[in-house]
Unconditional design. Structure first.
Length: 437
């Protein structure tokens, strides 16, 4: 179980009746009143386990990092509403908040910022690793491979006392993931690598490393930096999603921070998770190219025989508007106006949203736009290529993954994650030599 000791048992018990037997199970209540039945003793005492496909009803841990109320569209980092943080904070401050649990003082912020700057350079030998990838390689594959390979350069990661170097390792990972992302992009374009500039803040440094040319520094526009920083901030954590649960699961085995996060990057890549932002843009492009006003596409995704989904719609937890989607939509409108851009894909997205929100298929299933529906439009306006969209999500999610890793590291009670299963395969049978099969 992860770090917090705040959620307390209400002292109430639930009763499970299993044929002739019954068992009382403690009820656990979180600080926001969410209730769970603690089944820790279920198998020992009854021989039963629970079966929960996709974990939709399973709390895998207690956590004090992020709170979501999917019915009411609420998202809070360490208690602070996402709307307030989006309005008043910035990505690195939110990263500190998530990892350390409180908003930094001046001194804490200065120290964190110094650690990010001091650790922004990759080991020089890492540059050669990029040469082994084809220029067409997906940047998420490069990102996860390079993050994992970094463990080789920091042997202290493998020491048993992982707490000792945690602060430096966390700063190193957060800072260098940006450098790796920029290098992956430069490699795909056959461009020379640009070193980070210590005078730049987090998000502007990424834009500089991605887009500056040796003969022409990138024109860093305030509204573009702000928009990118907001994308990172909105993606910084989202409790037990697929990639974060992956990070926690790998961490539960005692693996090092870089290995855990590399696994998280792989989980994030899938189109049902972080890869959805790329899939949304591809979908919008395809609809635009075909001349469809969105109606045909909506009919197609409603057909149960068709595997295609309306990408950027629906969420396991939100059964109402994803609060991040509202913020991103407003910010992308502002960004397009500030840059004096119009994007036909934005019109397609708006038409699709309108149609879906008034269609009983989506209404009955409580399917609303999620964070990925408009984030691609904003990234496109910034000039980020589609293949890099999920990498941006990964950079944003880094503090969340680090915070969850730390929660496990700091917990005195953590056990290796090891679910059970219900076996439905062959019963015992015996080996038959090949000539008798
Ligand atoms: N388009 C069409 N139908 C959908 C969609 C969609 N986007 N999402 C869910 N449904 C239908 C689904 O077919 C099912 O219908 P039925 O009850 O008739 O079988 C019903 O809604 C429930 O779907 P589910 O697959 O059981 O829901 P889930 O909680 O397992 O999946 C999801 C959540 C996000 C994977 C899913 O909504 C989806 O595939 N969305 C599109 C991909 C996407 O945008 N992913 C980004 C998620 S937000 C960012 C992140 O956290 O990574």
């Amino acid at each position: 179980m992860g770090g917090s000791n705040r959620p307390e048992s209400a002292g109430k018990m639930a009763k499970a009746v299993l044929g002739e037997e019954s068992i009382e199970l403690p009820i656990v209540v979180g600080t926001e009143g969410e209730r769970a039945i603690d089944i820790g003793q279920l198998r020992n005492r009854t021989g039963y386990i629970t079966l929960d496909d996709g974990y939709a009803n399973t709390g895998s841990c207690k956590s004090a990092i992020t709170f979501i109320d999917g019915e009411r569209g609420i998202l809070r980092y360490r208690g602070y509403p996402i709307e307030e943080l989006a309005e008043r904070s910035r990505f690195t401050e939110v990263a500190y908040l998530l990892i350390e649990g409180h908003l930094p003082t001046h001194e804490e912020e200065a120290r964190f910022s110094r650690l990010l700057t001091e650790n922004e350079l990759l080991h020089e030998d890492m540059r050669f690793h990029f040469e082994g990838f084809p220029s067409t390689g997906h940047p998420m594959a490069i990102l996860s491979s390079i993050i994992n390979a970094q463990s080789c350069f920091y042997p202290e990661l493998l020491l048993p006392d992982k707490q000792e170097n945690f602060e430096i390792m966390a700063a190193r990972l957060m800072s260098q993931v940006r450098t790796v992302a920029a290098y992956a992009y430069r490699k795909s374009r056959g461009l020379p690598f640009i070193y980070p500039n210590p005078d730049f803040k987090y998000s502007e440094n990424l834009l500089h490393m991605m887009f500056s040319l040796p003969y022409k520094p990138y024109d860093l526009k305030e509204e573009v930096i702000k928009a990118l920083d907001l994308i990172f901030l909105l993606h910084a954590d989202h409790e037990q999603n697929c990639s974060t649960s992956t990070v926690r699961m790998v961490a539960s085995s005692g693996a090092n921070l870089f290995a855990c996060v590399a696994a998280g990057v792989c989980a994030l890549w899938g189109p049902l998770h972080g890869g959805a932002n790329q899939a949304v843009l591809e979908m919008l492009n395809e609809i635009h190219r075909s001349g469809d006003d969105g109606s045909n596409f909506i009919e197609m995704v409603k057909d149960p025989a068709n595997k295609q989904r309306l990408m950027g719609f629906g969420h396991r937890v939100y059964k109402n508007f994803d609060p991040r989607a509202k913020i991103i939509k407003a910010q992308s409108d502002r960004l397009l106006a500030a840059l004096n851009l119009s994007d036909p894909l934005l019109d397609v997205a708006q038409r699709l949203e309108e149609k879906a929100l008034s269609d009983p298929y989506f209404v009955d299933r409580k399917l609303y736009p999620n964070v990925d529906f408009y984030s691609g439009i904003m990234m496109r306006a910034i000039g980020i290529p589609v293949a890099m969209f999920t990498v941006m999500f990964a950079i944003g999610r880094m503090p969340g993954w680090i915070a969850h890793y730390k929660e496990i590291l700091d917990s005195s009670k953590s056990r290796i994650d090891r679910p059970r299963q219900i076996y439905v395969g062959e019963r015992e049978r015996h080996y038959v030599p090949r000539d008798q099969r």
